[in-house]
Structure formats: structure tokens, C-alpha cells
Design a protein around this ligand. Sequence first.
Ligand code: HEM
Length: 202
Amino acid sequence: MNGFQLQLIGVVFTALAFLAATIAATCAYSIFKVVTADGDGGKEAPVQALKAPEETASEVTGVIPPVRVEPPFAAPTVGNVTLKEWLIHRTQRDNVWNEFVEDFYAKAASNYRVRPYFIGKPMNEIKRKFLATLLIVTDKGVDERAAKTLVERHAHLGITGEAYDSTMGALEETLEQYQVPENTIAQMVPLINYFGEHMVTK
Ligand code: HEM
């Protein structure tokens, strides 16, 4: 082997070594990219999820109906009958709602937080108006105008959150006393929450 041949072999080896180094570096870089992309992927996923579709799970699946928190509120029902009709049928008493109102006011007024609001007020007139309202709420529901009027009629009273909750507690107890099913009482929760938000002024 002469000097030229030896030089040629040296050049070929150097070129091969360079090629091998380049391949190794490229591979190492690719592996590094995959690993870091995986790590970042974990962090970015929630951001993508937040930006994702505007529909809620219930709209997609249709399983949980959206809860209405503004009027109109539909009348509560038992099966396919309105609560008003259901109670009259169950008890076979046309004036059962008058009795209901008497029981409700007795319970509400027995509470020290609620009683003061009614001192010196024309109770028979209030009961009569409350009965009329209750018969509409439990048979036709509450539209926007009726809800607004009811809120306005209570604006001057300075009702506190505690007084409101106690009054609604008395209402719930009375509904239970008349064996109104749990599920029907639950249908009234959005309406009770709505009035709570707007009637409580103190
Ligand atoms: C969803 C809940 C309620 C309904 C549907 C309701 C219904 C009524 C109705 C129909 C009237 C007669 C309004 C009129 O004069 O035209 C009335 C008056 C009255 N309500 Fe309520 N009420 C509710 C909650 C409350 C609460 C929480 C309180 C007090 C703690 C309260 C205290 C009174 C008082 C004191 C009056 C007489 C107002 C006056 O004449 O100055 N009500 N309510």
C-alpha cells in the first residue's frame, strides 16, 4: 500500500465517521423532541379542553335538562297533572288549597324571624291574595310579568335571607304535610331560588 492509498483510506474513514456522527445527532434530537413534546402535551391538554366546544355536557348528551333560573317557570306537576289539580284529586276536597294556605301561614308565623313582617297587616286579605297566587303558580306557572309584580309587592318589606329561608322552610314542610312528592317539590326550587334572589333586600 503506497502513501496515496493510505491517504485515501484515511479520507474515507473520516467521511464515514462524520456521517455516523451526523446520523447519531439527528436520532438524538428526534428522541429529545418526542420526549419534550409529550411533556408539553400533558400541560397543554386542559387549555385545549377549555377552549373546546361551547355546548355543555347536558346539551351534548341530552341527559340533564338545563335548569331555568329566570321566569317563566312552568307549573310543578305530578305525573302529567298540575300540582293544583293533583292535590284536589288526591284529597277529594275542592277547598284543600284554602286549608293549605291556613297551615302554611300558621307555620310561617310561628317563626320568630317571619312573624314581625305580618304584625298589623290585614292577614285575611294577604291570605286571600296568596291563595290566588298559589293557585296560578301550581296550575299555570309564573310568567315574567307576574314574577316582577310579586317582587315589587315585597320590595318595601326589607326581607332578610333568614326570614326568606324560614318562610320557604314553612312552605316545604306544608307541601310535605300534604304528601306532595319530593320530585314535585324539587321542581319548585328554581322558582324559590329566583324569588330569594329578588325578594331579599336586606
Ligand atoms: C315565593 C314567595 C312568596 C310569595 C309567592 C308571596 C306572595 C304574596 C302575595 C300574593 C302577597 C299579596 C301582595 C299584594 O298585596 O298584592 C304577599 C304579601 C305579603 N308578603 Fe309575601 N310572598 C312570598 C314571600 C314572602 C316572604 C318570604 C315574606 C316575609 C318573610 C312575605 C311577606 C309578605 C307580607 C308582609 C305581605 C303584605 C305586604 C303589605 O301588605 O304590605 N312574603 N305575599
